[in-house]
Design a protein around this ligand. Structure first.
Ligand code: GAP
Length: 457
């Protein structure tokens, strides 16, 4: 596991996992672009989520709702009225802090800022003569509300422009489509709607690499159920998410549950799964019992009846919602931190990215021993690329090429050598054990599949 964020940031940039957004213009703060390897890794995480949350579950439906929604959605959801963070500015150096996190950090976690009112936070800063960590002065503004919603405008002319928001969570896309999905899929409770998509938040203090950004993705999953079944389903999905993370490759020691003390405006019970990042514990998942709050509010604001007719009991009621939400961007970061390994090998450091092979950006690297094997290697590459993400590399010594693949987590290196022409076999090298096996080219697809099947998520 990696010990510090700087190592992982340098690694991501140099190997093509993540780059600073708009880098050639000097970058844009806290915006990151996924490079070819990061993009593959994130897609594999999303595929694993789809399999686990949609494909393997009965009555689970995936949708792809729009980022832009009717502005009334955000009034109904409560975001317009209460999606605020407490901000505080240093008057001396103008650095802006999110007050609750600032207090938690400055007290080394002894005080949970999240549980304090604005007044209590101001008193804490005053009483303890807290200094600005940037300039060292104790000269702060009062704490004020800072909206996390990104606004934009739409309209035919400058005069009739009206505000429209970039969605701050995916969930409302699932809620406004509750009736559509229920009717078209003839779904009976309990059933679930999930989606993967972008969300946007004007975070006061983004940071810790791509942990807290202003544009990010969410994999959200809403289970609609009858009141009374809600707590059981809530507890079930807490464990379900933990198992998903462990199957991806995060170790149990580095995961913990964190029950919310201060509940969001919609929640009856809420719990995060946190990962032990090099900078400390950070949320990667949330399970929320949102009760019937959201659907009731949409009924009230839209005028549409959101009731479900229960054929088993002949009752009509508004379902409760249990939400399980995961951030794929943070999951990428957690997996990279977990998988990054430095090993001592013959007095040299071997960097190995010990990712679950199913998540590895490339499954196979095809390596001709010398340029003489180029033609045969390209032939094998073409054949294997039909089944797997493959890479080709003929630059440098074979040892160096193995190291390059170890670093980016490629589980299998296939070397085409002088004997290949004679015995129609290649050497397959395992990333973790570094052991090599001779395999007939005709058996390669079967061989790799049988290896990968052991890691299926
Ligand atoms: N619909 C509920 C909801 O949005 P949340 O806990 O605010 O709940 C869900 O967000 C997940 O989205 C988090 O567990 C986290 O993984 C991810 N997430 C939230 N804010 C983020 C940010 N600023 N940057 C990156 N990921 C974020």
């Amino acid at each position: 596991m990696v010990k510090d964020m700087q190592t992982i940031m340098n690694f991501c940039k140099s190997k093509g996992f993540m780059y600073q957004g708009s880098e050639i213009y000097g970058g844009i703060a806290n915006v990151w672009d996924f490079g070819p390897l990061g993009c593959r890794l994130k897609n594999n995480i999303k595929d694993a989520w789809r399999k686990r949350y949609i494909q393997e579950r009965e009555n689970s439906y995936e949708i792809d709702a729009s980022i832009l929604m009717h502005p009334r959605v955000w009034e109904a959801s409560g975001h317009v009225a209460s999606f605020y963070d407490p901000k505080i500015d240093c008057k001396s150096c103008q650095t802006r802090f999110r007050a609750d996190n600032f207090i938690t950090d400055i007290s080394n976690g002894k005080v949970n800022g999240d549980g304090l009112t604005y007044e209590e936070m101001e008193q804490y800063i005053e009483k303890n003569n807290i200094k600005c960590p940037v300039c060292g002065k104790h000269d702060f503004t009062k704490i004020r509300k800072f909206s996390q919603m990104f606004e934009t405008y739409r309209g035919k002319t400058e005069e009739d422009k009206s505000i429209i928001y970039l969605r701050p969570e995916n969930a409302q896309g699932e809620y406004v489509n509750f009736l559509n999905v229920q009717r078209t899929m003839r779904a009976k409770l309990p059933f679930s709607i999930g989606q993967i998509g972008k969300a946007f938040r004007n975070e006061i203090t983004p940071g810790n690499f791509n942990f807290r950004t202003i544009e990010f993705e969410q994999m959200e999953f809403q289970t609609f159920c009858k009141k009374g079944k809600d707590s059981e389903i809530y507890n079930y999905f807490k464990e379900y998410a933990k198992k998903y993370f462990m199957d991806l490759g995060l170790s149990e020691n580095n995961l913990r549950f964190h029950d919310h003390e201060k509940l969001a405006h919609y929640a009856k019970e809420a719990c995060d799964i946190e990962y032990n990042f090099p900078f400390g514990w950070g949320e990667i998942n949330g399970t929320h019992n949102r009760t019937d709050y959201d659907l009731k509010r949409h009924q009230e604001f839209s005028g549409k009846n959101m009731e479900y007719f229960d054929q088993d009991t002949n009752e009509k009621y508004i379902p409760y919602i249990i939400e399980s939400t995961i951030g794929p961007d943070r999951t990428v970061l957690a997996l990279l931190c977990e998988a990054y390994t430095e090993e001592n090998l013959n007095d040299e450091i071997r960097v190995v990215l010990k990712l679950n092979p199913i998540l590895a950006p490339y499954k196979i690297a095809v390596l001709p021993l010398t340029k003489k094997q180029t033609e045969k290697s390209k032939e094998i590459l073409k054949e294997l690329s039909y089944y797997f993400m493959c890479m080709y590399d003929e630059a440098g010594t074979i040892g160096k090429r193995y190291r390059r693949q170890d670093e980016i987590g490629t589980p299998y290196c296939i070397t085409v050598d002088y004997d290949t022409e004679v015995d129609n076999c290649v050497t397959v090298r395992d990333r973790d054990t570094m052991k090599q096996e001779r395999v007939n080219i005709c058996e390669l697809v079967k061989y790799i599949n049988s290896k990968l099947n052991k890691y299926k998520i």
